[in-house]
Design a protein around this ligand. Structure first.
Ligand code: AHG
Ligand code: MN
Ligand code: MN
Length: 365
């Protein structure tokens, strides 16, 4: 068994980072360590699989419970949400929480002191993959509570969480794959930690992660292609056209259906991920959620030299309007995200192959 003695633990990394801010109280580090412990707990629950008795839908009814997203909750969605709450709420570092699995903001219970941070999370991302033993993960975002919340310790309301992604103090994800990893940004680059199962500690294995600016790998759920908007269709068509098309190179495609796993692949070797706004359901402007999926992954991408966008503009500049707001999401290698934004900005080109628009046709272009 390899020994990890030559590597920093997550605790050591956080303490050494904090030395750059001599006035910091340590609350923030304590919070991150609590989140890391929550992730270790979820990793174990996931690893036990069928043996843990937590597979399948949440049991409240035979068909499971439905969350605010209108999605059936898995037992592990609910358990992971509980683990996040129990591991973090006691410490006096949080003013409140919000999660994919809770309709309303979570109030820190009366027996615990309240603190200055807000924790927003997707306790289990990719949970449709749980029952088929494919990688899943947890995503989290740390925001500063508004000043009056911090001063008065009042209950949190939805509006307290509606902060643009650029305001995030920290963001990260844990990936429960063949190894368990924690990838974290505290606004000074992105660092990856691998869980040493012997020690139960996250060890710094991937310092200063950087995403290559160019790629030949893209990820999109192509079953939605008939609902895509023109710029997305154009981008994907050009990738598919390969060497003989306008991009003059062949592309590879991946779709794991766990965004957190796609984000990790992209951090490791580049790529672009798209879950764009489409016309499938006019009530849903995109599939993924701004506050606990797009923003934390967006900050990680930007901090690793990549980009995150709505397709039209930088994700981290978007002013949220609702806790569970959905949004089109494109992230990954910088030059590809730039290109996709450019296609959205360009006036829609009428396809010249359409007989209605060719020369001497009914509608001249
Ligand atoms: P969650 O399990 O937290 O609801 O998120 C699932 C998300 C994301 O992880 C993934 O990329 C996407 O849903 C998959 O969507 P499709 O089922 O449309 O492929
Ligand atoms: Mn998710
Ligand atoms: Mn989820």
């Amino acid at each position: 068994m390899p020994l990890s003695t030559n590597r920093s633990t997550l605790t050591q990394f956080l303490i050494e980072e904090r030395r750059r801010f001599p006035s910091a109280s340590g609350d923030f580090n304590a919070l991150i360590l609590d989140v890391a412990l929550a992730c270790k707990g979820i990793a174990r629950a996931v690893a036990f699989g069928e043996l843990g008795g937590v597979m399948g839908n949440h049991a409240a009814t035979e068909g499971g419970t439905i969350n605010v997203q209108g999605e059936t909750q898995k037992a592990l969605d609910v358990l992971s949400n509980e683990v996040f709450i129990r591991r973090t709420e006691w410490s006096g570092n949080l003013a409140g929480m919000a999660s994919e699995e809770m309709d309303l903001p979570y109030q820190i219970r009366a027996q615990y002191p309240r603190g200055k941070y807000l924790l927003v999370f997707d306790p289990l991302d990719g949970s449709s993959n749980i029952d088929v033993n494919v990688s899943v993960g947890s995503i989290f975002s740390v925001l500063r509570a508004p000043a009056d919340v911090e001063a008065t310790g009042r209950d949190v309301i939805e509006a307290d969480f509606l902060q643009a992604g650029a305001q995030q103090v920290a963001a990260g994800y844990a990936l429960y794959g063949p190894t368990t990893m924690l990838v974290l940004t505290v606004g000074d680059g992105v660092n990856g930690f691998t869980l040493d199962p012997n020690l139960g500690e996250f060890m710094l294995t991937h310092p200063k992660m950087q995403i290559p600016a160019d790629t030949h790998e893209f990820a999109i759920n192509a079953s939605n292609s008939r609902f895509w908007e023109t710029p997305v269709k154009r981008y994907v068509d050009e990738c598919l056209a390969g060497k003989t098309g306008p991009r003059a190179k062949d592309f590879n495609m991946r779709w794991i259906a766990s965004m957190v796993a796609e984000a990790h692949r992209i951090l490791m070797r580049g790529g672009v991920f798209m879950y764009p706004r489409d016309t499938k359901d006019p009530a849903k402007p995109g599939r993924l959620r701004l506050l606990y999926e797009a923003n934390p992954i967006g900050l990680i991408m930007e901090q690793a030299g990549g980009r995150a966008s709505t397709g039209e503009r930088p994700m981290l500049g978007v002013q949220p309007t609702a806790l569970h707001q959905r949004i089109g999401l494109v992230f990954g290698s910088k030059n590809e995200v730039d290109r996709i934004e450019r296609y959205h900005a360009e006036p829609i080109k009428v396809e010249l192959s359409n007989p209605l628009f060719v020369e001497r046709s009914l509608f001249r272009v």
